[in-house]
Write a protein that binds this ligand. Sequence first.
Ligand code: GDP
Ligand code: IMO
Ligand code: MG
Length: 415
Amino acid sequence: MKADMIVGIQWGDEGKGKIVDLMAQHYDVVCRYQGGHNAGHTIWVDGVRYALHLIPSGILNPKALNVIGNGVVVCPEALIKEMAQFDKLEGRLFVSDKAHMILNHHILIDQAKEKLRGAKAIGTTGRGIGPSYGSKIERSGHRLGELRDTEKLTLALVEFYDENRALFSALGIVTPNYETLKKELDGYAKVLLPFLTDTTHMIWTCLDENKKVLLEGAQGTMLDIDHGTYPFVTSSNTISAGACVGLGLNPKDIGKVTGIVKAYCTRVGNGPFPTEDFGAEGDQLREKGHEYGTSTGRARRCGWFDAVACRYASRINGCDDLAIMKLDVLDGFESIKVCVAYEVNGKRVETLPEDLENLKPIYEELPGWESVVGCRKFEDLPETAKTYLKRLEVLTGTKIGLISTSPDRNDTIIL
Ligand code: GDP
Ligand code: IMO
Ligand code: MG
């Protein structure tokens, strides 16, 4: 059996949580493969709101197993806090012992460096994501499996703090002493050790036994460290290829890829956003779409569907289809803009350039509709909404497999 995947197409917050939760009802295993608790996946079930950051969204399906793969950076404190929301996680949650840890110093470095960047700040979530992946790449990171010997780990960290004393004092960071750190790590070990395992072999076995496996992406394609709007990106490979590395799969293990995309566009944090609307319509999108971050509560920047970026994202992820989210947020707009190309140095460009700062979006305007909220059948959509969706299919070169018309699991059109 191959593993299916959902992946964010824009700058994150597309509605991945709702779709993973919906799909998880039909899967045996749900896996996260990159990112950390910078992710915020909101799920509404029967009027109850769940906000997940590290635990896969399959946790709301009592029958599904949930895996946090080696490619995720895990803040032990954040994971333990999130785990406390759920009863009986033993046998339902499995965490890779190869996943790197986000420790306190990573969080403090992230926040201190953002302050130093001033006007050039990335607008990170301040969760230590970049510094933790940085430690991993420069080979000074520590993996969850090292919690099996906290004395050795504590000694290694204290030595690291001593060697880097100058850096820490320049950033105004106070590092813990041996006793404090050992106590902290022992606390993590006590809770987390029963959940640590070799998730790579576990997933291989699941696939060999024809179990249905779903891979849950975090963030979005335009935040990918290699293929996004660098340096205003996160520090992992958010695209579908990241799932192979982040779980120990090979490309032949991957089955259907579904791209999750909003019917408009948002971005939180700094960096280029060609279709951003700074006027009243941008504000209307923010208020109607409740576009405030799940993790940080920050107001999201809002704008129009960018078909050029979506076409690029669909190709790079190998999307078999797209899930169009939050169509209801466009209810009541007289007309709706879609970016079909960019103007770069006076020329029309239909592919994504490296520099997204110095261009102008070229829009096509389509007629709006009164209401689609709660709609569950394609036939019941207003004609103008159908025309909008069909136009998106043509512009992105990808068929639409699902349309979402409210946060509720059931308000979904499956095509
Ligand atoms: P994720 O990070 O991709 O999982 O997305 P977030 O959870 O950060 O943000 C998406 C938000 O939109 C959440 O608050 C969802 O409850 C909400 N949402 C998802 N689908 C729909 C929809 O079709 N309509 C509306 N109005 N809200 C939706
Ligand atoms: P989900 O999974 C939206 C953004 C941050 C910042 C940049 C780098 O909910 O879609 P980081 O803390 O990762 O170093 O910040 O990435 N960012 C997200 N934006 N949704 C997310 O996750 C995000 N995770 C990180 O705002 O611009
Ligand atoms: Mg989110």
